[in-house]
Design a protein around this ligand. Structure first.
Ligand code: ZN
Ligand code: ZN
Ligand code: ZN
Ligand code: ZN
Ligand code: ZN
Ligand code: ZN
Length: 446
């Protein structure tokens, strides 16, 4: 039977509007709280059903299928009144009769409609997960934002809206079920590599004259919708998916050291924003020539190498740990881990001179601790074994060379005069050969 099928489907989705009522306990008593986000197609879809069963309450489905925004208070009043009439009718009709069952279904529809119109504040969940977006309900009522789905304004005062905590996609509550684009946050974690070809256009014809994201027909003549190119993906988009936002495009930075913001589509904008501080660019592999042309890069590379040489001092120095010296670099954690990965933000800050300033400052603080302030760190300096003269040397001093194998430090001149061979390593090899059969690894304890 049609009604029973519908009721079964209805129960499957744990959707029971009677749970919310005060006096309807004698009807269906469900245990699961209503989850309106799981609204079944059956009840929210376009008027495909029930038109023949519509009771003469003047509440045909079409009547209430206008967009939510166009409803006024009188609609809500009218609905409430109809619900009241419906409830009364259910009690009056013979128990288990077809008409009573029909009226129950009608009541369900009406309550769902009312649900859509009423102040959603207490009704909508705080968190909704759709296509890997984690949407969190927004509290602010005063801010006027634009919906990333429908491009219309979000009226915080009267409309419920959500922001994805992962990618900052903003959306009307009513638009959420229409979202087709998965969260770019997941793209950032699964596919954390930039497109590094400059504006890799495939042509509007290869796109079938459709928006690369939502498949809306587009053309360069603006008929029916203007085609807008995203400089990051090279593809064309409709004006709903591309708002002429601008962003610095990594491919242009890497290949041309060009920082002029270019027009990008909405999802590229979000993706680029999320990727901004991620150290995913291995410059010396992608474009080693850059180091020949950009002086600042050479300077930064040297500073980073020095910092990596200073790091072992801090890791073994209680004072440095207590002073949290390495935390100076907490915004650029990768600077403490390697010297060749860059984030787009690093490159932007290098071109503006900001990074050189702050990194030089940090370098000075670090060196001051090791060479001047801290006795413990000072004691870990080196005397040049080749000339056995001069000041205590540190591997990050500019006039020194460091043995790649044993990390001993020499005056650069002494090291090159000695044809870059390390006396310490030579000594160790010698001793190792002598002791080999008996004392394996004795040198390590020294
Ligand atoms: Zn919207
Ligand atoms: Zn998201
Ligand atoms: Zn589109
Ligand atoms: Zn120290
Ligand atoms: Zn020397
Ligand atoms: Zn050595």
């Amino acid at each position: 039977m049609e009604y029973d099928e519908r009721l079964a489907l209805f129960r499957q989705t744990h959707l029971n509007p009677f749970d919310r009522g005060e006096e309807e306990d004698h009807l269906e008593g469900g245990k699961t709280p209503p989850q309106y986000e799981a609204k079944p197609e059956l009840f929210s879809g376009p008027k495909t059903h029930n038109s023949d069963r519509t009771m003469d309450l003047g509440l045909a489905e079409d009547h209430f299928s206008r967009p939510v925004g166009s409803f006024v208070a009188s609609d809500i009043e009218q609905l409430k009144q109809a619900i009241g009439e419906c409830k009364k009718l259910i009690l009056e009709l013979p128990e288990h009769s077809e008409r009573q069952k029909d009226t129950v279904v009608k009541l369900i529809h009406l309550r769902l409609k009312l649900q859509e119109l009423k102040d959603p504040e207490e009704d909508e969940p705080n968190l909704r997960v759709i296509l890997e977006h984690r949407f969190s309900k927004e509290k602010s009522k005063s801010v006027k934002q634009t919906c990333d789905k429908c491009s219309a304004i979000i009226w915080g005062l009267i409309q419920t809206w959500y922001t994805c905590t992962g990618c900052y996609y903003r959306c009307h509550s009513k638009c959420m079920n229409l979202i087709t684009k998965p969260c770019v946050r997941s793209k950032v974690s699964h596919q954390s590599e930039y497109e590094l070809s400059i504006c890799p256009e495939i042509g509007l014809d290869r796109q079938d004259y459709r928006c690369a994201e939502c498949r809306t027909p587009i053309s360069l003549r603006g008929v029916p919708t203007e085609a807008r190119q995203c400089d990051y993906t090279g593809q064309y988009y409709c004006s709903t998916c591309h708002w002429n936002d601008t962003a610095i495009v990594p491919a242009r930075v890497i290949h041309n050291w060009e920082f002029e913001p270019r027009k990008v589509c909405r999802s590229s904008l979000r993706y680029l924003a999320l990727m901004m501080s991620r150290p995913v660019l291995k410059l010396k592999e992608i474009n080693p020539l850059l180091f020949n042309f950009v002086e600042e890069l050479v300077e930064i590379k040297k500073l980073r190498q020095d910092i990596l040489l200073m790091k072992p001092y801090f890791l073994t120095c209680k004072e440095a740990m207590e002073a949290r010296l390495l935390l100076q670099l907490q915004d650029r954690q990768h600077f403490v881990e390697n010297d060749d990965m860059y984030s787009l933000q690093d490159l932007i800050d290098i071109s503006s001179g900001r990074l050189s300033c702050s990194l030089t400052e940090i370098h000075t603080i670090f060196a001051k601790h090791i060479k001047l302030d801290c006795e413990r760190c000072q004691a870990k300096g080196f005397v040049c074994e080749l000339c056995k003269e001069g000041d205590i040397l540190f591997p990050f001093d500019s006039h020194t060379s460091v043995c790649q194998d044993c990390s001993a430090v020499f005056h650069r001149d002494c090291y090159y005069d000695n044809s870059t061979t390390c006396p310490r390593c030579a000594r160790m090899t010698e001793r190792k050969q002598d002791d080999e059969p008996y004392e394996k690894g004795a040198e390590h304890q020294k």
